[in-house]
Design a protein. Structure first.
Length: 146
């Protein structure tokens, strides 16, 4: 926001991180059918079903990201967590029985809620419970928008 007005800093024409993790959970339609219709130019009569709830995502990153980030740090994820949460692995790997960091963007935590604050609080609660050395996440993106 610049002087109370939205200001575009980037145009995305693909579904990357964290857009995918915040958009796809809301799509209730058959995604394969949607893609097929896109590829065959048959969207004119398509009625896509979207969940009306909000979906938010927090990306947990490795220490040093986006520059020289650290790898090989053991990740501890609570065994029980809110069933409204979805966790997407992006920069993780298994080493024996140990889940470890293996990239700059480590995990995406997404959650649905009836409003933005309800959804983000669920993500933040889990983000605080997940443990690994060097873990951090941005706390300044998207909080100035309504």
């Amino acid at each position: 926001m610049v002087k109370g007005e939205p200001f575009v800093i980037e145009y995305n024409v693909r579904m990357g991180d964290p857009e995918t993790e915040s958009v796809f959970p809301r799509i209730q339609s058959d995604v394969v059918d949607l893609f097929y219709r896109c590829g065959t130019n048959r969207l004119a009569d398509y009625n896509m079903k979207i969940d009306p709830n909000y979906c938010t995502t927090i990306i947990l990153a490795s220490g040093g990201y986006p520059e020289a980030f650290e790898k090989g740090k053991s990740i501890l994820i609570p065994k029980e967590f809110n069933e409204d949460l979805m966790m997407f692995h992006s920069g993780t790997r298994l080493s024996g029985e140990s889940l470890q960091t293996n990239g700059g963007r480590v995990l995406a935590i997404s959650s649905m809620g009836e409003n933005k604050n309800a959804a983000i609080e669920k993500c933040k609660e889990m983000a605080e419970k997940i443990q690994y050395e060097g873990k951090y996440y941005r706390k300044d993106i998207g909080f100035d928008l309504e």
